[in-house]
Structures are given as C-alpha cells and as structure tokens.
Design a protein around this ligand. Structure first.
Ligand code: 5GP
Length: 215
C-alpha cells in the first residue's frame, strides 16, 4: 500500500534563492506560512511562482496525480505519478491535506510533509486549483490563498493563443473555466494579484507574506 510520506513524495524541492543577499526576510520564528497559489491557465502562475522562489525560500509540496507524466517531468519531483487505485487508497488512509478531480484526473497534496515543514518554521507553497485551495482553507484557516489574475480577459486570450498549441475550442473552454475560477477567487481567496509583470507580481506577494508574518 502506498504511503503518502514515502520517499519520493517527500523529495523536497526547496527553492534556492538565486542570490541569497536578495532574499527577503519573511518571518523567521514560529510556524511557517502555508501559501496556496492558484490561477487560470495562461495567467503566468508558473513564472510568478518561480520569481517568488528567487525572493523567498519555500518548501514546494510535491503533489500526487493520476495524470500521464509529460515529457521532461520527473517522478517524485514535479509530481508523484500514481494510478487511480493507489490514489484512492491514499484518500482512504486520509493521506491528503486536500485532493480534487481536475480535467478527469486526480490531484492531491500529501498531508504529512506539509505539516512537518510548517512545524519546522519553513514556509510551504502549494500550487493547486480552486477546489483544493478551498479545502486547505477549511482545514487550515491560517493558510494564505493567493490567486494570480491576468491583466484582462483579452490579454489572457492573447496569451493562450500565443502558445500556439491550443485550438479555438480549447481556448473557449479555458476562458470559460478561467471566468469561473476568477469568480470563485473573488469570494474565497485572501488576495488577488494581477500579473501584468512577473517581477512586480512576485514582489507584491512578498509584501503580502511579510505583512502576514508580522501579525
Ligand atoms: P497540470 O496537470 O497542468 O500540471 O495541473 C493542472 C491543475 O492541477 C493546475 O491548476 C494545478 O495547480 C493543479 N494541481 C496540481 N497539483 C494539485 C494538487 O495537489 N491538488 C489540487 N487540488 N490541484 C493541483
């Protein structure tokens, strides 16, 4: 039976500040901050998270998923790739802090390592979709839910088209999903951060976390 805490799942991918002198101090004592970042496809969430990781040291939680491994992805680093029965067994064992079905696949955050890192005073970052974020907030109200917004829906559409690998039908679907996610985020997230420029968006999140840490 799989153990959500098995080696591989616990393969901590710590962000290394590119230049530690530039690393911002975001709290230092007590429990770490649990930061949840979500955003619609095309909003540039991955770039913002990367820029954030150059500014603040995080433990990146490695999710489990039942989706296919994409070229270039590493098992145990980008995700832990499991089959549906393994995932469902882990649900029964209450091994997930949250889990959700997205685009026909299951995704979940293994519970043990998240709590261990927070207890050690480390900040933990979850890159998860809205349903999971809501579950995290219910079970861990101190979590900071941050949603990355595109500058506008027109800009989002242009970014999706600019990727070149998406059909018109896909773009329409993604824009509809984005609309729903943004409406949900306005009700349920703590902060909405507009990604007009990646560095500025990351800086804004650093300020949010610094304010949270000083409370
Ligand atoms: P992708 O398959 O493109 O890597 O991810 C699809 C979506 O699943 C993204 O919005 C991503 O943030 C979300 N996701 C990744 N891991 C998890 C997780 O552990 N839980 C939840 N709820 N969503 C996740």
């Amino acid at each position: 039976m799989p153990d959500p805490a098995r080696p591989g799942t616990g393969a901590a991918v710590e962000s290394q500040p590119v230049d530690s002198e530039n690393e911002e101090s975001v709290g230092g004592e007590g429990r770490g901050i649990l930061v949840v970042v979500s955003g619609p496809s095309g909003a540039g969430k991955t770039s913002v998270v990367q820029a954030l990781a150059e500014r603040v040291t995080f433990h990146f939680s490695v999710s489990w998923t039942t989706r296919e491994q994409r070229p270039g992805e590493r098992d145990g680093v980008d995700y832990v790739f499991v089959d549906r029965s393994e995932f469902e067994e882990a649900i029964r064992q209450e091994g997930f802090l949250e889990w959700a079905e997205y685009s026909g696949h299951l995704y979940g955050t293994p519970r043990p390592q998240v709590l261990t890192h927070l207890d050690r005073g480390e900040h933990v970052l979850l890159d998860i979709e809205n349903d999971g974020a809501g579950q995290v907030k219910r079970s861990y109200p101190e979590a900071m839910l941050i949603f990355i917004l595109p500058p506008s829906m027109e800009e989002l559409e242009q970014r999706l088209r600019g990727r070149g690998d998406t059909t018109d039908g896909d773009i329409t679907k993604r824009l509809a999903v984005a609309d729903r996610q943004i409406a949900d985020a306005r009700d349920n997230y703590d902060f909405l951060v507009t990604n007009s420029e990646v560095g500025a968006a990351a800086d804004e999140i650093v300020s949010i976390l610094a304010a949270a840490a000083s409370r």
